[in-house]
Design a protein around this ligand. Structure first.
Ligand SMILES: [Zn+2]
Length: 641
């Protein structure tokens, strides 16, 4: 109504002028396009590099900058760069920052900012004290400074607090550290970062990058309940490094699963995954972290960081299994790289390991559908059997973690963390009464003792343990593990519930997988060894039966040892990945109408062999079986037909 009179005031002459301007617009956009963005380096994802404040500061030396940029960008395609403004109280001088932004824009890159809120990273990752007014003021100034120079910036890993100074102790009062820090950091996010940044630059998008230790976030103030909605987007740390030699002991599967979990926390707003080259004992591990991130359909990969990408390739990172046709091929990586101008260069830094990995994965990622897995519920801020889902992924169960109790699908898996939901037992009952199964772990059984679980089935998680090597899975022959496994002893009432898999010792035994019927479905209890990684010691026969029971919703599963993962997609594609140091042959069991598999990389086509349905697992359809060999630390991608 208000607009109408204004429109009538526009004269014919003005319309003529406007038309002329409009005609020129495509040309203007075209010209801007030439000086702005380069075409994407890869078809299915973008690649970024993150630069710490130290290296951005060094970009004052333009000659060094040009050289280092050439060194990296000739070996791996890069679409975007994050330039950090602050880390460890180092603030990049404004002139150096604006020159660096100009430099990377002239190279056709998207340029975003970054902030690391550390006081001193080398002092146990010392972060800001958000109870301290001086630190708060500094944090706000850094956010404002960054927002003045960028329309997007990301907070690296350290927007948490571990401070227990006297100010924090006083401010915490009677609250738990977790509750205090969750509240403190939620307020700090709004008051010191997001709102001040948007006041300076209303266009700015503020992204929070969460690290890989998701299960412990709440204790240090990362709030997965409020954060994903407060920030414009989130980002995922998918660096799992080495499970044994690193203090975190993260399982390789997490590089995939954490992306899936965070996608479920912030659908369509999880910007990507983030990998660094630290803690490697063989180069394949670096490549694995990248491709596992991409198997989860991350739209972007960030390589941390500009400095590390200039590290020379070390020959001692060539694994003993190299030369056997593995997915990461060290010798192929060392081949000369053709450049756009027709010249070639020799690979010299680890940037090339990233480059060859992206080139290979980009060939098939577009064929994959949406990843699917067995849903496992983690209420917000819950702990208990920490990171267990990643171990389950490593024994060949496709996993997914969700923040809401799943009411769909014919099977879900609940670990001890689910106990944080006060209505859990009722939700389990509702599922069973609607004909949908539930599998719980022995850790959750223990947590729910006396809390209502006995209303479903009377089982006792005793304080006795058993050290076992012998097992019986269904009606098959007994089988053995190569090492002793310490398990909790679970007691049950004869004929009230049944052992599907048993562990044996001497003249007696205990459940490994137990089934209790309730209303229209079954509650299963999966015994988790005291050492989670002993799941990898369960014999193949035990693992096969666990996979068979838990993955009934999927149209295929595999039989074989642990440390082989299955990545399952909703369009008939799947990936088998081995983390073993030697070749492994597994058997895919696929339901009708699948009769053929095509390897999407080698184009090899495999015909299935008909096998009988698994009577013990109450399967009625015939299965097709396919034998597949996978090289060490390698994957194979298939399309089913
Ligand atoms: Zn403090």
């Amino acid at each position: 109504m208000v607009l109408a009179p204004i429109i009538y005031l526009v004269t014919h002459h003005q319309i003529y002028l406007m038309k002329k301007v409009l005609c020129l617009l495509p040309l203007v956009f075209f010209l801007i396009g030439i000086s702005a963005q380069q075409p994407p380096s890869y078809k299915n994802f973008t690649v970024s590099v993150y630069t710490r404040a130290y290296e951005v500061r060094d970009m004052a030396d333009q000659k060094k900058l040009e050289d280092s940029w050439n060194l990296i960008s000739q070996q791996v395609g890069i679409d975007k760069i994050y330039l950090e403004t602050h880390r460890d109280l180092v603030i990049v001088p404004e002139k150096v920052l604006t020159d660096a932004i100009k430099f990377f824009k002239s190279k056709g890159l998207q340029v975003a900012g970054g902030i690391t809120f550390t006081i001193n990273e080398s002092n146990n990752f010392e972060t800001f004290c958000f109870s301290n007014p001086e630190h708060r003021k500094k944090a706000q100034e850094i956010a404002e400074f960054t927002a003045r120079h960028f329309d997007e910036f990301i907070l690296d890993d350290f927007f948490f607090t571990s401070c227990k100074c006297d100010l924090c102790i006083k401010a915490k009062g009677d609250m738990s550290w977790t509750d205090y820090r969750l509240k403190l950091m939620t307020e700090a996010a709004a008051d010191l970062v997001i709102n001040p940044a948007k006041a300076v630059n209303p266009r700015v998008k503020v992204i929070i990058k969460y690290p890989n230790w998701y299960k412990h976030f709440q204790g240090l103030g990362f709030n997965l309940e409020t954060g994903p909605n407060m920030f414009d987007g989130i980002y995922t740390g998918t660096e799992t490094r080495d499970a044994i030699s690193s203090d975190q002991h993260l399982q390789q599967y997490e590089s995939y699963l954490i992306i899936r979990y965070f996608n479920n926390l912030a659908p369509a707003r999880n910007g990507g995954g983030w990998v660094d080259p630290f803690g490697l004992s063989y180069m394949d591990r670096y490549a694995e972290q990248f491709w596992l991130t991409l198997f989860a359909k991350a739209p972007e990969i960030t390589m941390f960081d500009y400095r590390s990408l200039q590290s020379p390739i070390q020959k001692n990172l060539k694994a003993p299994w190299q030369g056997t046709g593995t997915s990461f091929d060290f010798d192929a990586m060392m081949k000369p790289i053709p450049l756009k101008d027709g010249k070639t260069i020799l690979p010299s830094t680890i940037a090339r390991a990233a480059g060859v990995t992206f080139e290979q994965v980009d060939q098939f990622l577009g064929f994959l559908g949406n990843p699917e897995g067995i849903k496992s519920y983690r209420p917000f801020h819950a702990t208990g059997e920490d990171f267990l889902q990643n171990y389950l992924g490593m024994i060949g169960i496709p996993m997914d973690i969700v923040p809401v109790f799943p009411t769909d699908g014919s099977m879900i898996l609940l670990t001890e963390s689910a106990k944080f939901d006060p209505r859990l037992v009722q939700k389990i009952k509702d599922r069973l009464q609607s004909g949908k199964n539930v599998m719980i772990t022995s850790g959750l059984l223990r947590a729910l003792q006396g809390k209502g679980i006995e209303d479903i089935v009377e089982l006792t998680y005793t304080d006795r343990k058993a050290l076992v090597t012998d097992f019986r899975a269904g009606w098959g022959k007994n089988c053995k593990s190569s090492q002793e496994i310490l398990i909790p002893q679970i007691n049950y009432l004869t004929n009230d519930s049944w052992e599907e898999i048993s562990a044996l010792k001497g003249a007696t035994g205990w459940p490994i997988l137990h089934r209790a019927q309730y209303s229209k479905a079954n509650l299963y209890v999966l015994t988790i060894p005291d050492n989670f990684s002993d799941l990898y010691q369960y014999p193949a026969e035990v693992l096969n039966r666990i996979r068979s029971v838990i993955s009934r919703d999927l149209n295929l599963r595999f039989e074989g040892p642990s440390q082989v993962s299955l990545f399952y997609y909703d369009n008939g594609t799947f990936i088998l990945h081995s983390f073993l140091p030697e070749p492994v042959t597994v058997k895919i069991l696929a339901k009708a109408p699948i009769t053929r598999l095509t390897d999407l990389l080698s184009k090899e086509s495999l015909a299935g062999m008909v096998v009988k349905p698994d009577f013990f697992n109450r399967e009625s359809v015939a299965l097709q079986s396919f034998e597949i060999t996978i090289q060490p630390h390698s994957y194979r991608v298939f399309q089913t037909k």
